[in-house]
Write a protein that binds this ligand. Structure first.
Ligand SMILES: [Zn+2]
Length: 332
């Protein structure tokens, strides 16, 4: 099935094999030095362990070539799964902070991978640069300046990620204003580890084009109404939510209820190898667990294409290609 993915983190998509390669190349000590050991280490245990992996991975990325390598491997993986367009989140300030790779060098490396995807693989990729909650307001503002400077040149939106409870979105109001004034979309994470109140806050503070997760909006009918009125798409990541304990199991995930409410829902993988999944697996798991028909799966794919942050002309072409691909699927 031709797909579009809107919520996936580049650093969270690095395969254990690549982490091993980077750690050897850059002489970074990891808690395991074999593929088997790393695969075991990657398995989700709890949130602190997840953060430990994330930081360790980020420390293995030392040069712009490393960024290009992970972005190339990422887009190859997307193309292999028939993902025609991806909007991937990339934490530029983390790499600037840990490894002193200046943003212009990061940007150039990302653009080389985008060109590779387009020219060699026939799929498109844009990046969401995210402010990491907990960072000082000045750092958020600096990130927004980088994002705005690269808007339309490989960067399609400003994001907000990290642990929701750490600080209010309000802290970065100046950064969001800068993006708004430049006409740049904002796509914050919210309604994941905190409830509907956090979603109401990001809607008020950022006027988002989409919301990452948002799966806890049902806790407040007023927030559901707001999402419906504003037609804000939700980037749902089922396996991620189960791993992080937002829902005890996939069976108890709010996804079918969100759809019953008429909300604008898309399916995504978040940090696929860390949650032992892929975007394709997410569709399989949802189809099996919730009994989604082919029509429902297809409408979820189309939702993502419609919610993509692309110029009208490119979006029309993307949807046309998706329809073509969908109609060409051989059915038993
Ligand atoms: Zn995420």
């Amino acid at each position: 099935m031709p797909k579009v993915e809107l919520h996936v983190h580049l650093e969270g998509s690095i395969r254990p094999e690549t982490v091993l390669k980077l750690s050897e190349r850059n002489k970074v000590e990891l808690s395991a030095n074999t593929i088997e050991g790393l695969k075991d280490w990657y398995k989700f245990r709890n949130f602190p362990h997840f953060v430990e992996i994330y930081v360790a991975i980020s420390k293995c990325i030392k040069t712009p070539d490393d960024i290009e390598l992970i972005a190339r491997e990422f887009i190859e993986g997307q193309a292999a799964q028939n993902v025609l367009h991806t909007e991937a989140t990339f934490s530029a300030t983390t790499l600037d902070k840990h490894n002193k790779i200046p943003w212009p060098d990061q940007h150039a490396a990302l653009k080389r991978a985008i060109a590779y995807g387009k020219d060699e693989l026939g799929v498109s990729l844009n990046f969401v640069l995210d402010i990491v909650r907990g960072d000082p307001a000045e750092r958020g503002l600096e990130l927004a300046q980088w994002a705005v400077g690269a808007f339309g040149d490989g960067v399609c939106a400003l994001g907000l990620s990290g642990i929701e409870g750490i600080c209010e979105a309000e802290r970065y109001a100046e950064a969001f204003k800068l993006a708004h004034d430049a006409g740049m979309p904002i796509v914050p994470h919210a309604g994941e580890t905190r409830g509907a109140d956090s979603m109401a806050e990001v809607i008020r503070v950022t006027d988002p084009k989409r919301i990452g997760h948002g799966v806890r909006c049902l806790e407040d009918p007023a927030v559901v109404r707001l999402l419906l009125d504003k037609q804000i798409p939700l980037e749902v990541n089922p396996s991620s939510n189960v791993c992080l304990g937002v829902f005890p199991s996939l069976e108890e995930h709010s996804l079918p209820k969100l759809m019953d409410e008429g909300l604008y829902v898309t399916i995504n993988s978040d940090d696929p190898p860390m949650f032992d999944t892929t975007i394709t697996d997410e569709f399989h798991k949802c189809a099996n667990t919730f009994g989604f028909s082919e029509d429902i799966l297809w409408s979820l794919c189309l939702n993502a294409a419609n919610a993509a942050l692309l110029p009208a002309e490119e979006k029309r072409a993307l949807i046309g290609r998706m329809r073509e691909g969908f109609n060409a699927i051989e059915r038993e």
